[in-house]
Design a protein around this ligand. Structure first.
Ligand code: HEC
Ligand code: HEC
Ligand code: HEC
Ligand code: HEC
Ligand code: HEC
Ligand code: HEC
Ligand code: HEC
Ligand code: HEC
Ligand code: HEC
Ligand code: HEC
Length: 308
């Protein structure tokens, strides 16, 4: 950090206030709509990013490639700079760097931090405080870092899935199972199915209507409608037969062999509306692998028993 004499500093401050104060608008930005926490700011208390840079050169240099300042540049300097997040800097600068005169992310509660970020981002993440993360005190800065992001994309502290595994060790174990969605291989992300900022669905799922929508956006062939539906797919959902993350069984199935999966419902003893398997299904080897004959198990337009 460079130190300035008070004389130099005051000159710099006067200069930069004149040159930049008018262009630093706290809370003024595109994603803003109905912002609940917008702080009231006296323009005279703003010193401008270039003043901050005189003492925080390293942070300021890195910040030039940050999504926040890229936009600032594109919009003729009317975007987000240091004081948009840290608050007006005049007192901090005049005191020679008294940290308590600023919004200190390291000292504030999760709620205060979220409020600060949401003063601009309420438009896209309005429900965050009600989400499982927001209400559990997992704040924006648990996942995002403005100055030390390890992932270029979305300024994440660490890229997915490591970011999520850091707290969700159960999920890590599931995706290590023999049959799994290839998240660790980089073909999919947790956020293909979940929105970490919250949704109106259970488990932060992105699905618009029901759980199947989360699956059928990629597995459209299972969505139907079919002339002959297999009812549990619509009534109980994909996860009545498949795990979403990973499984020790092939095809992400919840049971280790297909017949025990089917017989959960299709046996005389099962307490379901499903018909029992016909008596000629003698459960010899031939009949064990139900889906060798009942191939179109997700539904068929040709066969009421889901043959090819
Ligand atoms: C005169 C030099 C100087 C200028 C100009 C300056 N700072 Fe600082 N700043 C410091 C010093 C010194 C510290 C360390 C204070 C400490 O560790 O207690 C500091 C600490 C900080 C911190 C850390 C607070 C924390 O969480 O611990 C932030 C954030 C910060 N400055 C932001 C800014 C911003 C934003 C600006 C421009 C509005 C700015 N500074 C301008 C000297 C300066
Ligand atoms: C988008 C909001 C945002 C903007 C804009 C922003 N900061 Fe920060 N700043 C943070 C957050 C959040 C932290 C806490 C550490 C982190 O998440 O990287 C922080 C931490 C700091 C710190 C404490 C040291 C550290 O790395 O923890 C300093 C100093 C600082 N910022 C200075 C600046 C300066 C100078 C600028 C302008 C060049 C600036 N900040 C712009 C959000 C912002
Ligand atoms: C003063 C308004 C403002 C504040 C405060 C603010 N942001 Fe931003 N943020 C923006 C703007 C403007 C953009 C760039 C436009 C966009 O991508 O929507 C942006 C971009 C981002 C992006 C990158 C989007 C992408 O797709 O790469 C992330 C992540 C982000 N902000 C997180 C945060 C976090 C976390 C905080 C609090 C520490 C915060 N912002 C505080 C206005 C703000
Ligand atoms: C649990 C981790 C987590 C938390 C907490 C979190 N984010 Fe994010 N955020 C992500 C991930 C992962 C992405 C990229 C994937 C995506 O868009 O869903 C992202 C993307 C974004 C984006 C860019 C894309 C978009 O949807 O607009 C912005 C802006 C953003 N976050 C802001 C915030 C703000 C503001 C907060 C706090 C109110 C916050 N995030 C809290 C993980 C998180
Ligand atoms: C800083 C820790 C932390 C990080 C990082 C984190 N989470 Fe969470 N997550 C939590 C906490 C705490 C809860 C709420 C308590 C719970 O249900 O486990 C939660 C809840 C959830 C839930 C809802 C669970 C339920 O039973 O309703 C999902 C889904 C989730 N997180 C997904 C993610 C994803 C995806 C990521 C990465 C983008 C992520 N989390 C990153 C801590 C974290
Ligand atoms: C293919 C879509 C999909 C992907 C990818 C995905 N999830 Fe899930 N996740 C789900 C579904 C569906 C549920 C609800 C399962 C249920 O209720 O039976 C769920 C449940 C959860 C839960 C709640 C606890 C539980 O196991 O029921 C957490 C936490 C979670 N996921 C975290 C993650 C993390 C972390 C990642 C990335 C490493 C991830 N998910 C990737 C679909 C997905
Ligand atoms: C983002 C796209 C995407 C989403 C969403 C998605 N899947 Fe997949 N799924 C794939 C891809 C790609 C494959 C096959 C490639 C691979 O991973 O080997 C696959 C494979 C499968 C398999 C076969 C696994 C095997 O071992 O052959 C099953 C079963 C499956 N998904 C069920 C689901 C269920 C249930 C959901 C909803 C919880 C879901 N998928 C959501 C992309 C997706
Ligand atoms: C009644 C149980 C059941 C339900 C409900 C179910 N599946 Fe399946 N699914 C299976 C079985 C059994 C297989 C394995 C077929 C085989 O081995 O030939 C399978 C295989 C798959 C495959 C692997 C490719 C293929 O077609 O063989 C995908 C992908 C898949 N299911 C997705 C889904 C999705 C998405 C849903 C929800 C819309 C869903 N499944 C609901 C039983 C079910
Ligand atoms: C969660 C319960 C459930 C599971 C698991 C299940 N089914 Fe079904 N299945 C049903 C119901 C309910 C019906 C509809 C019965 C009706 O229409 O009267 C049905 C219908 C059928 C039919 C058509 C019967 C007819 O006469 O229309 C066949 C064939 C069938 N299932 C085979 C399977 C096979 C093979 C599996 C294993 C891969 C399986 N089912 C798993 C509940 C289930
Ligand atoms: C070798 C081929 C074959 C295998 C393997 C097979 N089935 Fe069938 N299944 C049939 C035939 C043939 C029918 C009668 C079709 C018809 O009536 O047109 C049938 C009918 C059914 C019906 C409809 C009964 C009704 O009353 O409508 C159910 C349910 C059923 N099978 C379940 C199963 C289950 C569960 C398994 C695995 C344990 C299985 N099947 C394995 C050939 C097979």
């Amino acid at each position: 950090m460079r130190r300035f004499s008070v004389g130099n500093l005051m000159l710099a401050v006067l200069f930069f206030v004149g040159a930049f104060a008018g262009t630093v608008a706290v809370g003024e930005s595109k994603p803003n709509s109905g912002a609940p926490h917008k702080p009231a700011v006296n323009p005279a208390d703003l010193v401008g990013a270039e003043t901050c840079a005189t003492c925080h050169a390293e942070i300021a240099t890195k910040f030039a490639s940050n999504a926040h300042s890229k936009l600032a540049l594109e919009h003729g300097g009317k975007g987000v700079t240091c004081e948009g997040c840290h608050g007006p800097g005049r007192e901090h600068v005049e005191s020679g760097g008294d940290a308590t005169k600023l919004f200190q992310f390291s000292k504030e509660s999760a709620k205060e931090i979220d409020g600060r970020c949401l003063s601009c981002h309420a438009g896209n993440h309005a429900n965050f405080e009600r989400s499982t993360h927001g209400s559990a005190g997992v704040s924006c800065t648990s996942c995002h870092s403005t100055h030390a992001a390890k992932s270029e994309e979305h300024m994440l502290k660490v890229a997915e899935p490591e970011l999520c595994y850091g707290c969700h060790t159960d999920a890590k174990a599931s995706f290590a199972q023999p049959s799994h969605h290839r998240v660790n291989e980089g073909l999919m992300k947790c956020s293909d199915c979940h929105d970490p900022h919250g949704t109106f669905e259970d488990k932060n799922l992105k699905a618009a209507i029901d759980e199947n929508a989360v699956c059928t956006k990629c597995h459209a062939e299972t969505a139907g409608p079919f002339v002959y539906e297999h009812p549990p797919i619509k009534t109980e959902g994909c996860t009545s037969c498949h795990f979403a993350h990973g499984s020790p069984n092939p095809r992400l199935l919840t049971r280790n062999n297909v017949n025990s999966l089917c017989l959960q419902c299709h046996s005389a003893s099962a307490n379901f509306t499903a018909p029992g398997t016909p008596s000629f299904h003698n459960m010899g080897n031939q009949y064990q692998a139900c889906t060798t004959c009942h191939v179109q198990i997700h539904g068929s337009n040709a066969s009421n028993v889901f043959f090819k």
